[in-house]
Ligand binder design. Sequence first.
Ligand code: GYE
Length: 311
Amino acid sequence: TTLISASLSGYASAESMTVGFSQVGSESGWRAAETSVAKSEAKKRGITLKIADGQQKQENQIKAVRSFIAQGVDAIFIAPVVQTGWEPVLEEAREAKIPVFLLDRAIVVKDKSLYMAVVTADNVYEGKLIGDWLVKERNGKPCNVVELQGTVGASVAIDRKKGFAQAITGAPGIKIVRSQSGDFTRSKGKEVMESFIKAENNGKNICMVFAHNDDMAIGAIQAIKEAGLKPGKDILTGSIDGVPDIYKAMLAGEANANVELTPDMAGPAFDALEKFKKEGTVPPKIIKTESRLFLPADAQSQADKKTGMGY
Ligand code: GYE
């Protein structure tokens, strides 16, 4: 009966929808959680979700989107690895009248009607939260910061860098002495941190590491330990995501400040998509998720909260 009434009313029923999701890859713990939450949020709603792993390459993602268009899916979700270069494939989706939602990262396009909405946190604010924390923590004392950037060209890396830089401009003694991409992975984060340590008097010139995500911070913590220094004390840490391992590090006194970001980016996109399909409601262009700073005192309850969140 559901099928009959759905076809009579002239709308595709939400239950029968197929959504193609072009995922970035599996570079971080947060990313894995986002994928797993997307699956369960789809299942809850009876939506068929097809996921394509882009392995951190835009060309793979573009191919996946083209294949979703060819399959005639009802909507396409993209977590765009980088922020530029999306126009051609988005025009093809528009041509095929397939709505596109962006998850967790933004893109730069002149024509914003190329996508329906982007579900994302305010990433400038996230970087700023860590920077503000550091300024307060140092209380006028100087601090040489090394920065582990996310993937080159990713909106989140650009924005987190910007927010942190804004926060420390008012504190003349606090400066970024080295900054390089660790591609949002644990192994790269460790490798780049090792090179920072070597270049900065065996780490003695480094006061803090700001990592654009937790996985790179965890890699950095490992590098700090291997250099015979104490992470969280000799070298402070600040990072973004809120994966269980960072709370473990906090509980061990090895991590200092963290901004939590929900891995549920698909849920709000499914909600907006269903409303659009059923009622024709056009969602706001930016569907914003919350970001909050957590310190070691919150680590246990935060770690407990994460159980069942896809990690
Ligand atoms: O912070 C990081 C992941 O785009 C918000 O990408 C996402 C970021 C997240 O690799 O861990």
